[in-house]
Design a protein around this ligand. Sequence first.
Ligand code: MF3
Ligand code: CO
Ligand code: CO
Length: 255
Amino acid sequence: MNITVKTPEEQELMRVAGRLTADVLDMIEDHIQPGVTTDQLDAICHDFIVNKQQAIPAPLNYRGFPKSICTSVNQVVCHGIPADKLLRSGDIINVDITVIKDGFHGDSSRMFPVGKTTPPNQRLMEVAFQGMWQGIQQLRPGAHLGDVGHAIQQFVEAQHCSIVREYCGHGIGRQFHEDPQVLHYGRPGTGVELTEGMCLTVEPMVNAGRRHVRLKQDGWTVVTRDGRPSAQWEHTVLITGTGHEVLTLGAAARE
Ligand code: MF3
Ligand code: CO
Ligand code: CO
């Protein structure tokens, strides 16, 4: 395991990358409407990242991924590939943005309803959101990654939803995916102990039905086996001397 600890200068570069990532999500929100295609969302984000932010969309060509963002609709758990498929009112979509600026990565995703969605879908998105925050709240020097996973699992399972096991959060910095793996389930007091200067993502995938997933033939798209919907939120977080700093808060939360 090779966990990178960021210097104060590197932490500042992580802050910049995180802010740009959040800015993309803030920007795309108003474009998520019935009748838009996920390809169109990809094109808008690509243009914004490359031309406005003068940054790099990390997914493009990452291990052969063909697009600049991930768009995961309804029963798609993660890594959905933008395509010419129209969004319909009532769909739920995760948009996952990763930006590279001055060599450092920011990684964040949010859920959006398309038009108005159903109460069960709204509740699923809310459980995933609160589950992510239960995990983030554990992050401080001396805490263990098992504390993070346990907090998320406890919360989500108490809401009668399930946690996907096959995909996890990760360290992040000069590399998109660094050590350690951040599991979204676990036992308190186990796993890596956190120290100041580490940067991690917390990104639980929460299913309305059973936790099992299947990889589609395209080699990327992960779907629920039972066909029921899935939701995910993600933040990039820095471990500080006393706790943590969320690097990918949207402008509304940054004040
Ligand atoms: N952004 C995803 C994550 O949170 C990873 C996407 S990999 C890609 O880790 F190639 F699909 F972009
Ligand atoms: Co991530
Ligand atoms: Co991501």
